[in-house]
Design a protein around this ligand. Structure first.
Ligand SMILES: [Zn+2]
Length: 225
């Protein structure tokens, strides 16, 4: 598949040149904003943890418009903020053929807490506490599933909230995958058959970027991966 992209540098702004004319209009809206690269739903580029890794603007479109696999582990998590996902939780996946390039999103069932910051992040004094992946699962993905280009989670980090050394970030980003954090499940998404549109703001040299994430799903779920 071929992709075309249309981007112009933000320095090509009209407003600074014709600002006074714009002020004469009946209605004209244009805001400024500032934001961290890693707030809300966002992408972590490999560069976030790997000095030679791809920056946001270098991630190719064929990794951003990509088949989507949802791994729903919410019933295993059972709202436990201490839950860590190990390989044995995923043994049922070992024989699934996900041979084509794909994005995997692990659904911990945490989106429902996203309106309550304290609960969502498990804030307790200076500590955070929410579920995440183990290093074992990250290593398994990069060694056994070479077709996976990115890993998403519906929690604030791919590492558990209590982690201080971020092994999952290290393993995935250094292997050249990207992460998506704070995925919000507005409604159920089929576990396979959908195409993800991963649309980060194109911060050319970004270590990450705010992200709009969309799934396009067929009306009828296909039988096979
Ligand atoms: Zn991040």
């Amino acid at each position: 598949m071929d992709f075309a992209e249309f981007v112009i540098d933000v320095e090509h702004s009209l407003e600074e040149h014709i600002g006074t004319q714009l002020k004469k209009l009946n209605w004209y809206a244009a805001n400024d904003f500032t934001a961290g690269e890693h707030g809300g739903t966002h992408i972590d580029a490999p560069y976030h943890f790997s000095a030679n890794g791809q920056q946001v603007g270098q991630i190719p479109l064929n990794k951003l418009i990509i088949p989507l696999i949802i791994v729903d582990i919410a019933s295993k998590v059972n709202d436990d903020p201490n839950f860590v996902l190990y390989k044995h939780h995923l043994d049922y996946m070992l024989n699934d053929n996900m041979g084509k390039p794909c994005l995997i999103i692990f659904k911990f069932g945490w989106s429902k807490f996203s309106w309550d910051k304290k609960k969502y992040l498990g804030i307790n004094n200076e500590q955070l506490n929410f579920p995440g992946l183990s290093a074992e699962v990250a290593e398994w993905i990069v060694s056994s599933y070479k077709n996976v280009v990115g890993v998403g989670v519906d929690v604030a980090s791919v590492d558990p909230g209590s982690s201080t050394d971020f092994p999952v970030h290290n393993v995935l980003l250094r292997a050249g995958l990207y992460n998506i954090e704070n995925v919000y499940f507005e409604r159920p998404v089929p576990d396979h058959g959908c195409t993800a549109l991963v649309m980060p703001m194109k911060i050319a040299k970004g270590s990450g970027a705010p992200l709009r994430l969309v799934a396009i799903c067929p009306k009828n779920k296909p039988e096979l991966f």
